[in-house]
Design a protein around this ligand. Structure first.
Ligand code: NAP
Length: 247
């Protein structure tokens, strides 16, 4: 059984590890946007496919039988391309999507917004000392925000120049909650702006709740229509096992 695993997430790496351990023919695919990505075990290809058509060509050329889209919930383009390419080639597709943070008990206290432009307005209404955890690409959209004091954390620095009122922290999580609490306290953070990436890495949210820091949360973009989804590596593994069974 030949599997293409669209990755760039911890879940994708975990699934790759399981499948490689089972001797399944799996190729992990990374976008190649981060310079020093954490590499999954097994075969890896790097770089875009050239849109949905390019991905469909890849599926045909490599006789891929099943695709697992384990990309980040905010990586909407590749997920849309995967849906279109799998439909065009009649390839089985499953989305592995970490659970949203919307189910957290404190999520109803947060200000939920649709995009970063709305997040900026909502954050400005809630405080003057802002912590941005919106990823490197997100920073580019906000880089003309010169008024409040901004601390932004990213894994790798953005390509754009940032205003003088910004402090950039380059670090790769996960971070312990005590560290997040100390960081927010040291910078006297009043508002946390984050994207609903979801999953188990919640230390910044826990620290914000403990310190009474307001949270502005960007909602996920809609997932492509008609694509089945699972929330865990174990469920994705079971789905692949079913795909592999002779019919
Ligand atoms: P995106 O907007 O959906 O994708 C932009 C383009 O990058 C896609 O059209 C595709 O190019 C290529 N691409 C994306 N993921 C790919 C993959 N796994 N393998 C091969 N090509 C891929 O995605 P993004 O937001 O730029 O994110 C890029 C990658 O970083 C994703 O794989 C995602 O899992 C990971 N990531 C994203 C975030 C986030 O907040 N967005 C956070 C953590 C990790 P072609 O059209 O040419 O095929």
């Amino acid at each position: 059984m030949s599997v293409l695993l669209l990755g760039g997430t911890a879940e994708a790496r975990a699934l790759a590890e399981v499948l490689v351990g089972q001797g399944i023919d799996v190729v992990s695919s990374l976008a190649g946007v981060i310079e020093g990505p954490r590499m999954p075990p097994g075969q890896v290809r790097v770089g875009g496919f050239g849109g949905a058509d390019g991905l469909a060509d890849y599926l045909r050329e490599h006789a891929v039988e099943a695709v697992v889209d384990a990309t980040h919930p905010f990586a909407a383009r590749i997920s849309g391309n995967a849906a279109a390419a799998c439909t065009a080639t009649s390839t089985a597709l499953m989305r592995l999507e970490r659970p949203s943070w919307a189910e957290r008990p404190d999520a109803s206290d947060w200000c939920w917004v649709d995009d970063l432009a709305a997040a900026r307005i909502a954050a400005g209404e809630r405080g003057r000392r802002i912590f941005l955890a919106v990823g490197r690409q997100g920073l580019a959209e906000l880089a003309d925000w010169t008024e409040p004091a901004i601390v932004a954390r990213v894994v790798e620095p953005p390509a754009v120049a940032l205003p003088a009122n910004w402090q950039l922290l380059c670090a790769r999580g996960p971070f312990p909650v005590a560290e997040e609490r100390a960081l927010f306290a040291a910078h006297r953070i009043e508002v946390l702006v984050a994207k609903d990436s979801g999953g188990p890495t919640t230390a910044k949210l826990d620290a914000a709740a403990e310190l009474g820091v307001a949270v502005v949360m960007v909602r996920r973009p809609p997932a492509p229509d008609g694509v089945a989804a699972v929330a865990s590596v174990a469920e994705a593994e079971r789905w692949l096992a079913q795909c592999a069974r002779p019919r």
